[in-house]
Design a protein around this ligand. Structure first.
Ligand code: HEC
Ligand code: HEC
Length: 286
């Protein structure tokens, strides 16, 4: 290559790179509205964002992996916890502490009810931004990362196709098997059951361990103080999913004022068939 050719080459390749760069930048900008659900960015979402900044939540937490790494990433928190739990948590985080399990504490922020509602709207909007899989690592929420298991990681992939069963469940195979479908739903519905429940004995996270739940259910429905409507174990399990407050498992971190912190949205969001399959699966957790 002589001098002139080299110059032409340099200019041409710079020009090409510039065009590609500008093209990609423009392309990204045309996608922003769609990726960020711009139409759902309501005034309440914006107030919630202001509350988020006012209280410096980002000094401890991350969103989209950005922020401080002292406390869990909250990008998907509304899909992991649901409203009842989040409201109760933000009113008074200290009531969720267990000395043995938590060493990092969240100070009480003295948020008003309005601020809490706005924050939840904001966090819910955040959870629906198409973050293209970022951050890629598991979100460390309370007690959700139990060493040696993959629990706490809701799997949004195709439910039922390859349901690997948690410990304690009877092994089953086949896509159409209701138990296998229930096991898959346990990880894939929103909020995912396994974000709050382990199936390993004694592992209580935001909700109680579901190991042995079938045997417990048998006793619960026969107890004189049981106020629910279930007549058998499966009925109890279905009731637990459809109306969590019908019977409340005793425990300081599970409910307040007779309202369970388990989401009460499943009766509406899941099909009767899915709830049936979940109950079939839970019934195997003898
Ligand atoms: C001084 C640090 C700090 C600040 C500031 C802070 N948090 Fe936290 N937060 C924590 C820690 C630590 C945890 C995890 C505690 C645990 O493991 O139970 C937590 C947990 C949470 C959880 C529950 C996550 C779960 O696993 O269920 C929510 C929701 C939350 N914070 C929201 C907020 C919001 C909203 C703000 C701002 C108004 C905020 N936090 C400010 C430290 C903080
Ligand atoms: C935000 C956390 C959370 C999520 C998500 C959640 N639960 Fe719960 N669950 C709880 C809490 C807290 C309790 C205990 C209070 C009560 O009895 O409602 C509970 C109780 C239960 C019980 C009764 C357990 C017993 O020993 O009697 C069953 C069954 C159950 N959940 C099933 C499910 C299923 C199935 C899903 C998913 C469809 C699910 N949960 C999702 C928090 C959660």
């Amino acid at each position: 290559m002589n001098k002139r050719q080299a110059r032409v080459f340099a200019i041409a390749s710079t020009a090409l790179a510039t065009v590609v760069f500008l093209g990609l930048t423009v392309h990204s900008h045309t996608q922003f509205d769609e990726l960020t659900n711009a139409e759902n960015n309501t005034p309440q979402v914006q107030s919630g964002r202001d509350v988020w900044h006012r209280y410096n939540c980002v000094n401890c937490h991350t969103l989209f992996g950005e922020g401080a790494y002292y406390a869990p990433d909250l990008t998907k928190i509304t899909q992991l916890r649901g409203e009842q739990y989040l409201k109760a948590y933000m009113r008074d985080p200290s009531s969720f502490y267990d000395e043995q399990r938590h060493r990092r504490l969240m100070p009480r922020q003295d948020l008003s009810e309005q601020e809490i509602d706005d924050l939840i709207a904001f966090l819910d909007w955040v959870s629906k931004v198409d973050n293209q899989g970022w951050p890629p690592r598991p979100i460390l929420v309370t007690g959700a990362s139990i060493p040696g298991t993959d629990f706490g990681l809701p799997q949004t992939s195709d439910a039922g196709a390859s349901a690997s069963l948690p410990p304690g469940a009877r092994p089953v195979s086949g896509q159409e098997n209701p138990i296998a479908l229930g096991a898959a739903a346990f990880r894939s519905v929103a909020p995912a059951c396994n974000a709050c429940h382990s199936t390993a004995p004694g592992v209580n996270m935001a909700g109680p361990s579901l190991a042995g739940v079938a045997a417990r259910a048998e006793k619960i429905i026969q107890a004189p103080d049981y106020q629910g409507e279930a007549r058998d174990v499966k009925g109890y399990l279905i009731e637990s999913i459809r109306s969590p407050s019908a019977y409340i498992v005793p425990g300081p971190m599970y409910s307040a004022n007779g309202q369970s912190f388990m989401p009460n949205t499943y009766a509406h969001d899941l099909s009767a068939e899915q709830i049936e399959q979940l109950a079939e699966f839970l019934q195997t957790l003898k």
